[in-house]
Design a protein around this ligand. Structure first.
Ligand code: P6P
Length: 336
């Protein structure tokens, strides 16, 4: 059994040109994930401290759960504590946060994160997740970080990953050399390699979407749902609908079993709900590294040039052939 720390060191040895800073950065994330995992597991017991609403709202106008704020502070502190990161952006922060310390100002990486996605599920004991995305800064070392450091297309990512706090807690990441999953063993206090080189099946029979929004879906999405629900034994249809309401959990299941997750645009949300920079790009990097695809219905997600920190995008991600089919229908039925 190899731990995440040992795996990072082993991989580091295979890339002598790397300075080890990314390895150290990943170790900071690993440590923060353990702290957040411990508090999530207690949320039902200490609702006055950790569970429930924080009584505040994030920039999206969404009620912040106390654990949202706690997770944001834990990951931010872990990333600031070492010298690899010069700044972060987060769903829970209105603006990006530059680390002013002399050490950090020369650091080469920036991190974007959703510290606790799906947190409204905590009170009902449904899985939640952390999503992170790592880039090299584009501003000069020693200079303060700038918005251009954060508004990079997803193709510039050097690493990405998620933690899924589910029936077991897993940390899954890529540095561009495949996708690897580690399961937390609380008796050891370590994440242990459990899923090396995850490959997402090119075809699956699970679709994940909130069908309650059906009347607001674009015609192409309606046509795709019709395709999923038609009976066709040769193509294993009708497919199965699975929607947890927690992106990381739906994505993780589809990564292992095959499937597609869709959060499309709707009449009252022209760009959908999910955020490009710290939800869609990191998972898109992982999906592509595992042989899958991620688009906005028309364009590869990772090629979108961001213009705003918290911008949203319609999202189609999962098994390559399922994403292709959904996007073909989006094109066929897109309003002229
Ligand atoms: P809806 C959680 O708020 C989240 O960002 C994702 O984790 C999840 O897939 C989606 O929103 C659920 O949104 O509108 O279906 O409740």
């Amino acid at each position: 059994m190899i731990t995440l720390g040992e795996y990072i060191i082993k991989n580091q040895a295979e890339y002598p040109s790397a300075s080890g800073e990314l390895s150290s950065l990943l170790s900071s994330i690993r440590r923060a994930a353990k702290v957040v995992n411990r508090e999530i597991n207690r949320a039902g017991l200490v609702t006055d401290i950790i569970g429930g609403s924080a009584g505040s709202e994030n920039i999206q106008g969404e009620a912040q759960q106390k654990l949202d704020v706690f997770a944001n502070d834990v990951f931010k502190a872990a990333l600031e504590a070492r010298g690899e990161v010069c700044g972060i952006a987060s769903e829970e922060e209105d603006y990006f946060v530059g680390f002013a310390d002399e050490r950090q100002s020369n650091a080469k990486y920036i991190v974007l994160m959703d510290p606790l996605d799906g947190s409204s599920n905590i009170d009902v004991n449904v899985s939640v997740g952390t999503i992170f995305s790592i880039y090299r800064r584009v501003s000069q070392p020693g200079e303060p970080v700038s918005m251009e450091d954060f508004l990079q297309p997803g193709v510039n990512q050097v690493a990405a990953g998620y933690v899924v706090y589910g029936s077991s807690t897993m940390l899954v990441y890529t540095t561009g050399n495949g996708v690897h999953g580690f399961t937390y063993d609380s008796t050891l206090g370590s994440f242990c390699l459990s899923h090396e080189n995850i490959r997402i099946p090119e075809m699956g029979n699970i679709y994940s979407i909130n069908e309650g929004n059906y009347i607001r879906f674009p015609e192409g999405v309606k046509q795709y749902l019709k395709f999923c629900q038609e009976k066709d034994d040769a193509s294993n249809r009708p497919y199965t609908s699975r929607y947890i309401g927690s992106l990381v959990s739906d994505f993780h299941r589809n990564m292992l079993k095959g499937g597609i997750y869709i959060y499309p645009s709707g009449t009252n949300s022209p760009n959908g709900k999910l955020r490009l920079l710290y939800e869609c790009n990191p998972l898109a990097f992982m999906a592509e590294q595992a042989g899958g695809k991620a688009t906005d219905g028309f364009r590869r997600i990772m090629e979108i040039k961001p213009t705003e920190l918290h911008q949203r995008t319609p999202y189609f991600i999962g098994s390559s052939k399922m994403v292709d089919k959904a996007c073909a229908l989006m094109t066929e039925f897109s309003a002229e």
